[in-house]
Write a protein that binds this ligand. Structure first.
Ligand code: BGC
Length: 739
C-alpha cells in the first residue's frame, strides 16, 4: 500500500514539476532558452564582470568548476535577483572519488566489491561538495575499461559490465539520495556515453571501433542500469564510435537513450566536444557542429559557444525547430526544479559538517581497507609480526606522499587530511621495532636525484624491506595514457638491488592502473596492490601489512604479463582455436629451423601465453578457502524462473578471513558468439578459521538475456555452465539447460 502511495506521490510531484517547466518556458525568450543550454567555466575566487553580465542577461544556465560557496552564492544572487526571470544556476564539478576527503580511486573502489560502501562514499562526497555550493557531479564514470594503458582506467570500475553496473548504480544512489532536493544530494552524471574505454591502443581521446553487438552487450548495460536507477544526467563521450563522434551520435542519444530506454533526464556534451566535431572531420565549423549536436539531442554545451552563437540562426533557417529547443531546455529546467534550486538557490556551508569530519574519514578509511589486493604472499611473508621484528626498512618514493596517494581527479582534495603509509607504520609499530627510512628515488620516474645505494644500506640492516612503489597521481587520469606500463623510472632496478641484500621484500604498489609486474614478481616475497588509496591509505596499508585486518580486495581488472596482451579481459570470446595449456609454445622452446605450420595452433602469444598474470576477481587472504558441494536447485530453467546456486566455502587456514565468492556463467551456443564466462553475482562471506559457510546465489533467467543476432534482447535456450569460485580462472562448474 505504501509503495503504491509513494509512486502516486512521485507521479504527482513530477507532474507538478512538468507544469512549472511549461509555465516557465512559455515566459522565456528564445535567447533566454539558449542561455540555459550554456555552461561555462567559473574557476577563480572572484566573479568576472563578463560572467556576471552573461548571467544577468540570461545567457548562462550553468557553471562548472566553482571554487567555493561564496562565489557560488554571488553568482546565484545575480541569476536569481538580477536576471529577468530569476532562473537559478546549476553548479557542476567533477566530484569523482570524494571531495576534500578523498576515497580510493574508482578502480580501487571497485576492488572492494562492496557496492553498499561505494554508495556510502558517494553520499559523504555529496555532502562535502554541497557544502561548497556544488549541485551536480560528473560521476560515475561507467566506461568499461579493458586497456590498462588508458589513463582513465583509474576513474573506471574496471573491465566487467556486471561489477561496473553494481558500482555505478551504487554511486548514483549515494550522490542523489532519496530525493534530489535534499540539501545533501547532488545530481549524478552517467559518463561517457558511450564506448570511450575502447579508445584504440589506450591512447586517450582516440577512435573506437565497437560492433553493435559488443556495444549493446558490453558497453551499454551499465548505462542502461544507471538510467533505470534515475541518474539525473548523461554526458557524451569525446570519442568517435563507428564514424560518428558521440556528441553528434543520434543512434546513441536518440534511438537508444531516449527511444529504447525512455530516458527523461538531461544530457550534456563533454568539455568543448561540440566544437571538436569539426576537429574530428565530421562537421565544417561551429554552426554545423551545433546543428548535429542538436539533432543528436545534447541539451547543454559544456565550455563552448557553438550553441550560444548558432542556435538562433539554425532556427531562422528552419534547420532546427523551436519546439526541439523547448524540449531540451525543459530537461535542464526540470533538473533545476528537481534539485530544489528555485526554492533554495543558496548554500550555507554552516548547514554541513566540517570537511574531513569523522564520518567522512571513516568511509574513506573503510574503503581504503577493503580496496587493498594481496597479489603474492610467499612463505607467509605477511602479515608482519611487530613483536618478532627488530628492524624494518621503509623504502621508496611513495611511502610518504600525502598528495600522490590521492590519485587523479582530486581538484578539491586536501592532502593535509592524508595519513601516509610511513606515518601510519610509525604509529602502529611504536617502540617495538626500529624503523629505517630511505626514499631512494625523488619520484617514481626519472625525474631528479636517485640514491639507490642508501636504500641498499637501509635494507641491509633490516629484517624486512617494505618497498613503496608505483606511479604518482599525474601518471593516470585524463590525457595521461602510457604505452609501457612497467613500474616507471629505476624502480625495477631498486627492487633488484634490495633483493641482492637478501632481506625479504614486501612491495606495496600505489598506481592508477594495473601495471605489468612480471619483471619484479619473482624478486618480491609479497605484493600488496593499493591503487591510489586516498586520504586514509596509510592506516589501511599499515593495518593490512601487520595483520590488524586481513586483505579482502579483489581485482576488478585482469593484470597483464606484457603490455602486448592488451586489451585484456576475462570475458572474451572463445575463438575457433581457443588456447589451452597443452597448445601453448614458448618462444624459447621453438626448435631452430622449424617449418611453419598452423596445425594445432591456438590463440596465444609466443612470449606471453594466453593467461593474465593475475585474473579478474583475484586476491589472496591471510588464510585459504576451499569451495565444495556446488548445487543447483534444478537441472532446467525456463524463462521467468530463478536458479538457486549454493556452495560450501571452508576456511582451511589458521586465521579468520573474508572471501568474495563469485558466480560466473557461460552460454555455450548462441545466435552470436558468447563470452567464455560472465560474472553474474558475488557476495562477501566472513568465514572463521576452520569453519564452513554455505553461500547461496539467485540467478534469474533474465540475467542470461543478451542482444541476439536479430538485435532483439532476450534469452536463447540451450546449455549453460555455472561456476562459483574465488576468481575468473578458478571455481567449481555445473551445467544446466535453459528451456
Ligand atoms: C572530461 C570529463 C569531465 C569534464 C569536466 C572533460 O575533459 O572528459 O570527464 O567531467 O572534463 O571537467
Amino acid at each position: 500500500m505504501n509503495k503504491v502511495l509513494n509512486r502516486m506521490d512521485l507521479q504527482s510531484e513530477s507532474n507538478a514539476i512538468d507544469q512549472k517547466v511549461q509555465d516557465l518556458l512559455a515566459r522565456m525568450t528564445l535567447a533566454e532558452k539558449i542561455g540555459q543550454m550554456n555552461q561555462q567555466d567559473a574557476t577563480g575566487d572572484t566573479v568576472s564582470a563578463d560572467m556576471a553580465e552573461a548571467i544577468r542577461a540570461g545567457r548562462l544556465g550553468s557553471v562548472i568548476n566553482l571554487s567555493n560557496a561564496a562565489v557560488g552564492n554571488e553568482l546565484q544572487k545575480i541569476a536569481v535577483e538580477e536576471s529577468r526571470l530569476g532562473i537559478p544556476l546549476v553548479a557542476a564539478r567533477d566530484v569523482i572519488h570524494g571531495f576534500k576527503t578523498i576515497q580510493p580511486i574508482p578502480l580501487g573502489q571497485a576492488a572492494t566489491w562492496n557496492p553498499d560502501l561505494v554508495q556510502e562514499g558517494a553520499r559523504v562526497a555529496a555532502l562535502e561538495a554541497r557544502k561548497n555550493g556544488i549541485h551536480w557531479t560528473f560521476a560515475p564514470m561507467i566506461d568499461i575499461s579493458r586497456d590498462a594503458r588508458w589513463g582513465r582506467i583509474a576513474e573506471s570500475f574496471g573491465e566487467d559490465p556486471f561489477l561496473t553496473t553494481q558500482m555505478g548504480v551504487a554511486m548514483v544512489m549515494g550522490f542523489q539520495g532519496d530525493d534530489l532536493s535534499d540539501n545533501g544530494s547532488i545530481a549524478a552524471c552517467a559518463k561517457h556515453f558511450a564506448g570511450y574505454g575502447a579508445s584504440e591502443t589506450g591512447r586517450d581521446y582516440n577512435t573506437t571501433n565497437i560492433p553493435e553487438n559488443e556495444l549493446r552487450n558490453v558497453y551499454l548495460p551499465p548505462f542502461k542500469a544507471a538510467a533505470d536507477a534515475g541518474v539525473a544526467t548523461f554526458m557524451a563521450s569525446f570519442s568517435d564510435i563507428d564514424g560518428i563522434p558521440a556528441s553528434a551520435n543520434e543512434f546513441l542519444f536518440q534511438q537508444v537513450l531516449r527511444g529504447e530506454w525512455r530516458y527523461e533526464g538531461m544530457t550534456i556534451s563533454d568539455w568543448d566536444s561540440i566544437r571538436q566535431l569539426s576537429d574530428h572531420g565530421l562537421t565544417d565549423g561551429d554552426r554545423d557542429a551545433a546543428h548535429q549536436a542538436l539533432i543528436a539531442g545534447l541539451d547543454m554545451e559544456m565550455a563552448g559557444d557553438a550553441y550560444l552563437n548558432h542556435i538562433e540562426g539554425l532556427i531562422d533557417e528552419g534547420l532546427v525547430s523551436e519546439h526541439r529547443i523547448d524540449q531540451m531546455v525543459g530537461n535542464i529546467l526540470r533538473l533545476k526544479f528537481q534539485l530544489g534550486l528555485f526554492e533554495n538557490p543558496y548554500t550555507d556551508p554552516d548547514d554541513f559538517e566540517e570537511y574531513g569530519n569523522p564520518a567522512a574519514m571513516a568511509v574513506a578509511r573503510q574503503m581504503a581497507d577493503e580496496s587493498l589486493v594481496l597479489l603474492k604472499n610467499d612463505n607467509a611473508a605477511l602479515p608482519l609480526d611487530k613483536q618478532k621484528l627488530s628492524d624494518i626498512a621503509i623504502i621508496g618514493p611513495m611511502a610518504d606522499e600525502p598528495y600522490e596517494q590521492l590519485g587523479t581527479w582530486i581538484f578539491d582534495g586536501d592532502p593535509d587530511l592524508s595519513i601516509t603509509p610511513k606515518s601510519a607504520i610509525e604509529a602502529l609499530v611504536g617502540n617495538s621495532a626500529r624503523l629505517h627510512y630511505s626514499r631512494a628515488l625523488e619520484c617514481t620516474r626519472n625525474c631528479g636525484w636517485e640514491d639507490i645505494d642508501s636504500a641498499v644500506l637501509t635494507a641491509e640492516k633490516a629484517d624486512v624491506a617494505l618497498l613503496f612503489l608505483g606511479e604518482e597521481s599525474i601518471l593516470s587520469g585524463e590525457a595521461h595514457s602510457r604505452a609501457n606500463i612497467n613500474l616507471p623510472g629505476r624502480q625495477e632496478e631498486l627492487i633488484q638491488k634490495v633483493k641482492a641484500t637478501g632481506t625479504p621484500i614486501v612491495a606495496v604498489i600505489q598506481a592508477g592502473r594495473p601495471l605489468t609486474l612480471t619483471n619484479i614478481l619473482d624478486d618480491c616475497d609479497a605484493v600488496l596492490y593499493a591503487w591510489h588509496p586516498g586520504s586514509m591509505g596509510g592506516p589501511a596499508i599499515a593495518d593490512t601489512l601487520f595483520g590488524v585486518r586481513p586483505p579482502t580486495g579483489r581485482l576488478p581488472v585482469s593484470f597483464p604479463r606484457a603490455v602486448g596482451q592488451l586489451p585484456l579481459y576475462y570475458n572474451h570470446k572463445n575463438t575457433g582455436r581457443p588456447a589451452t595449456d597443452d597448445t601453448v609454445i614458448a618462444i624459447d622452446d621453438i626448435p631452430i629451423g622449424s617449418t611453419q605450420t598452423s596445425l594445432g595452433m591456438t590463440a596465444f602469444h609466443l612470449d606471453a601465453g594466453y593467461r593474465p598474470l593475475f585474473p579478474f576477481g583475484f586476491g589472496l587472504s591471510y588464510t585459504e578457502f576451499e569451495y565444495a558441494n556446488l548445487t543447483l536447485d534444478r537441472p532446467e530453467l525456463t524463462d521467468g524462473q530463478t536458479l538457486t546456486v549454493t556452495v560450501d566455502i571452508t576456511n582451511t587456514g589458521k586465521r579468520d578471513g573474508t572471501e568474495i565468492a563469485q558466480l560466473y556463467v557461460r552460454d555455450h551456443v548462441g545466435s552470436i558468439t558468447r563470452p567464455i564466462k560472465e560474472l553474474k553475482g558475488f557476495q562477501s562471506v566472513d568465514v572463521r578459521a576452520g569453519e564452513t559457510k554455505t553461500a547461496s546465489f539467485e540467478l534469474k533467467s533474465e540475467q542470461l538475456a543478451f542482444y541476439r543476432r536479430n538485435k532483439s534482447f532476450g534469452t536463447e535456450p540451450g546449455k549453460f555452465s555455472v561456476w562459483v569460485g574465488p576468481n575468473a580462472d578458478e571455481g567449481i562448474e555445473l551445467q544446466f539447460q535453459l528451456i
